[in-house]
Ligand binder design. Structure first.
Ligand code: PMP
Length: 401
């Protein structure tokens, strides 16, 4: 059969499969069902009544539990609600409306604000900056993180460059972990803007798929060593540790930035959900408890990543290239005419993240990157979806070359 005939047969099957978003599967969520019966006490270690208002920064015991995991001293860590994305969004709003430490003026008063966007990257980051009219400049990712020659040149030359989006570990979607040298250069590089910030979204800090986890250098400490203590905003959450809709999130930074952040969030809220914080402390216990829990996730999702790799090897071969990440939630597939492949897949009932979503303004100039999110479907559905995707890619290649 030709690839076109394979494609016609695929459409005939009338599939309805979804590979769009990196959601945990119901079986992964089940791993955290004990949370539904916690906390057993509403008292925090210092006697705080978890049921009441107060404690904007979050409970000490939860900050101490996550401090080593996200590489931020507990005293410089703030606990947020269930969404770290909301913390990132709000940090930008605060920076627009209230001078960040070291800034000459509020970002809203700047003639232009620019963010560097390593690509492929996380679409929801780009949506936030686009929403506020922040100019986005793509920077290519390589095997060690963003191309640092490009980053250093742009950050040193242009005072409108106020930020860079980074997913430093098991990056979304490439799976890359930034090398020590990349992290050191980010910490040390000169910046034209005194209020330049690195948005360090460590969403996959503990999300290993192998027994030999990637190590990430400590950007916050390195930045301080290089005299750039205020350069780093760290984010993380338990969205893919416990419950994606009911976890806890974290913001970490220098003491001056944390003070600035709490000054702003203190106007938004009288205090966070401390019962959820207590619940998480009781459930996860200590860093070893988090690691054990994450191994159970890896047992469930590891076979899904292996399956995607196997099917692409067998069915796509040298028509594309793809990543085999050692952690995180995504596989990045590169094929010619990615937008057309995604459109064909949609017509065959296989929903994929729109081609281009991995780039600012949804524009992938090379039209090559497709993000695959393998965690949610069960193995049989995943197999059908990736086989179908390969059929689409072959049909497009046969037709368009
Ligand atoms: N950052 C990255 C890199 C992600 O991939 C995701 C989820 N897809 C998020 C943040 C969302 O995090 P949260 O649920 O804490 O808002």
């Amino acid at each position: 059969m030709t690839a076109q005939a394979d494609y016609a047969a695929l459409v005939q099957r009338g599939l309805s499969l979804d590979l769009t978003r990196g959601k945990p599967s119901p079986r992964q969520l089940d791993l955290s069902n004990d949370l539904l019966r916690l906390p057993t006490s509403y008292r925090a270690a210092d006697g705080t009544d978890g049921r009441n208002y107060g404690n904007l920064q979050g409970l000490t015991e939860l900050r101490e539990l996550f401090a080593p995991l996200v590489q931020v001293p507990a005293g410089q860590l703030v606990v947020g609600g269930n969404s770290s994305l909301a913390l990132m969004h709000d940090t930008i709003v605060h920076a627009l409306l209230t001078k960040v430490p070291g800034a000459a003026r509020r970002w809203v008063e700047e003639p232009e604000v620019t963010f560097l966007c390593p690509v492929p990257g996380y679409d929801r980051h780009f949506t936030i900056t686009e929403r506020f009219g922040i100019k986005m400049v793509p920077v290519p990712m390589n095997a060690e993180g963003p191309d640092m020659d490009v980053v250093e040149r742009l950050v040193a030359a242009d005072a409108s460059v106020k930020g860079i989006w980074c997913v430093p570990k098991y990056s979304n979607p490439s799976g890359v972990t930034y090398s020590d040298e990349t992290v050191r250069r980010l910490a040390a590089m000169p910046a034209a803007a005194p209020d330049f910030r690195i948005f360090w979204d460590n969403a996959y800090a503990v999300h290993h798929l192998t027994e030999t986890p990637d190590e990430l250098a400590d950007l916050l400490a390195l930045a301080a060593e290089h005299g750039n203590a205020d350069r780093v905003f760290v984010y993380a959450s338990t969205s893919k540790v416990t419950l994606a809709g009911s976890g806890v999130s974290f913001f970490g930074s220098s003491p001056a930035n944390v003070e600035w952040f709490l000054h702003n969030t203190g106007k938004q809220s009288i205090g966070p959900d401390k019962l959820n914080q207590l619940r998480h402390v009781e459930f996860l216990g200590d860093p070893a408890g988090v690691a054990a829990h994450m191994r159970r996730h890896a047992e469930l999702i590891g076979p899904k990543f292996e399956l995607v790799d196997k099917v692409l090897t067998e069915r796509l071969g040298d028509l594309g290239t793809w990543t085999s990440p050692a952690g995180g939630y995504f596989i990045s597939l590169e094929v010619p005419h990615a937008a057309e492949v995604v459109a064909r897949a949609k017509a065959a009932g296989i929903a994929l993240t729109p081609a281009g979503a991995t780039h600012p303004y949804g524009k992938d100039a090379a039209d090559r990157t497709i993000r695959i999110a393998p965690t949610f479907p069960e193995l049989d559905e995943l197999e059908q979806a990736i086989e179908g995707l390969a059929v689409c890619a072959r049909a497009v290649a046969e037709e368009l070359g």
